[in-house]
Design a protein around this ligand. Structure first.
Ligand code: 9WN
Length: 412
């Protein structure tokens, strides 16, 4: 099949415009009607290719949700919208705009740096405005979420990889009794077989109620929450984001030693993510055990500036077992399900981050394989949320913002 790039470029731009709700972009209409944190950073990056003003607007809107603590929440509920559960009333966060009570992968500093570098003249005033906000978000992570150099998540939604097998064991410690009746909305938009199961959702809600009762106080949550996992994806993403923040600090003439300290601490943490079975893994911080999952997040090492010959071998092995790009879980893992959300499918955004890292580390052939595979999936099946790594079946939401964004910036 020959790929008509112009046509797909136009479609991608149209998706971003159509998902624009006036200053913020929803991940897809219907299924996700609010502003999500990392989706929004990808949206800004996508917009920056053809409308840099709109790109910066997206970033500033995201930061209107930043808490006084520095935390940037995973969802900002700017206006009431139907069709998503749990909405603002469930989170019970008393501020305007309403937000959720947890965070998401901090890709912001990295993507903001890219947007800035593509148009420094226009971006200068904007980067001056957001630099301090990025620093306080990273400082919040370092103070509240970095345990032994590893970034802890307090809810699977924080990882952005909701039902990844990484969380299975830790989720068992969460008691779901007492969550009561509730109506999920996601399964009315897309096939329930492609979404997390009810047993997962019961626990997602139990953890949400725990945080709400603790008034989202990080000290209480750190001490008492049954779920706390050192997420290998988060550690790599924050480490990379700190490197980009350091770069911005030097460029803007700000002090750098605090950020240098964060980088050193996270580099130490990366070592603790090394599972002696031969790959980077998440760690259950309540039990100290490795989670035993070779996932797409394990391959974010290059993105974090860490080269690893062992991981390259693992990557080649995984790629030899699938037809399209890096799946969210090793296909040899018995828990692998090609269409079940984060338990097997290919996600374009994660492949983008892995691809960027591989390319920067000189593994250009591998990076190109990921890019071409992602390109093919989108060109043949559309701008879907995720795809089967085996036969390319598209899944989840259609006309997806971040899939359009990575098409414009990386895959297309
Ligand atoms: C919960 C919006 C978000 C992404 C996440 C993805 C999914 C939400 C959900 O959708 O999570 O945050 O309800 O399933 O897992 O990565 O940011 O696209």
């Amino acid at each position: 099949m020959t790929i008509n790039n112009d046509k797909l470029d136009r479609q991608a731009r149209r998706i971003l415009r159509n998902n624009d709700r006036g200053g913020y972009t929803v991940p897809t209409s219907g299924l996700y009607p609010y502003q999500w944190n990392w989706d929004s950073c990808f949206a800004a990056w996508g917009f920056s290719v053809f409308d840099v003003k709109r790109a910066w607007f997206e970033i500033h809107t995201l930061f209107t949700g930043q808490w006084d603590t520095g935390m940037v929440p995973h969802i900002i509920f700017h206006k009431r919208a139907d069709g998503y559960f749990p909405g603002p009333d469930v989170w019970g966060v008393d501020r305007i705009p309403h937000t959720s009570g947890i965070t998401q992968p901090p890709v912001a500093a990295t993507l903001i740096r890219s947007i800035y570098e593509a148009d420094k003249r226009y971006g200068r005033v904007h980067i001056d405005l957001v630099y301090g906000r990025l620093v306080s978000w990273h400082r919040w992570f370092m103070k509240n979420r970095v345990d032994n150099g590893m970034v802890a998540i307090t809810h699977p939604w924080e990882s952005g990889r909701d039902n990844a097998v990484d969380w299975d064991a830790a989720m068992q410690a969460v008691d779901p009794t007492g969550v009561g009746e509730y109506v999920r909305r996601d399964t009315s938009h897309v096939d329930p077989e492609m979404r997390p199961k009810k047993a997962d959702y019961d626990r997602y809600l139990a953890m949400l109620y725990y945080g709400r009762e603790a008034h989202w106080d990080e000290t209480t949550i750190r001490k008492g929450s049954p779920f706390r996992v050192g997420d290998v994806g988060m550690t790599f993403i924050l480490l990379r984001a700190c490197r980009d923040l350091l770069h911005m600090a030097s460029e803007l003439d700000h002090l750098t030693h605090e950020i240098e300290g964060w980088i050193a601490e996270l580099e130490e943490g990366v070592k603790r993510h090394w599972n002696p079975d031969g790959y980077y893994d998440s760690v259950d911080l309540r039990t100290g055990k490795f989670t035993g999952s070779l996932s797409s997040a394990s391959f974010l090492c290059w993105y974090a500036g860490i080269d690893s010959p062992e991981m390259k071998v693992k990557l080649e092995e995984v790629l030899s077992k699938v037809n399209f790009a890096v799946p969210s879980l090793d296909p040899q893992d018995e828990r692998f399900e090609p269409l079940r959300y984060w338990r097997g499918p290919v996600w374009g955004i994660v492949n983008t981050l892995i691809g960027i890292g591989l390319d920067e580390s000189g593994h250009t052939l591998l990076s190109e394989r990921l890019r071409k595979d992602t390109q093919k999936l989108i060109a043949e099946h559309g701008f879907y949320e995720y795809f089967s790594p085996t036969d390319g079946t598209p899944a989840g939401g259609d006309s997806f913002t971040w899939t359009a964004a990575i098409w414009l910036t990386w895959a297309g």
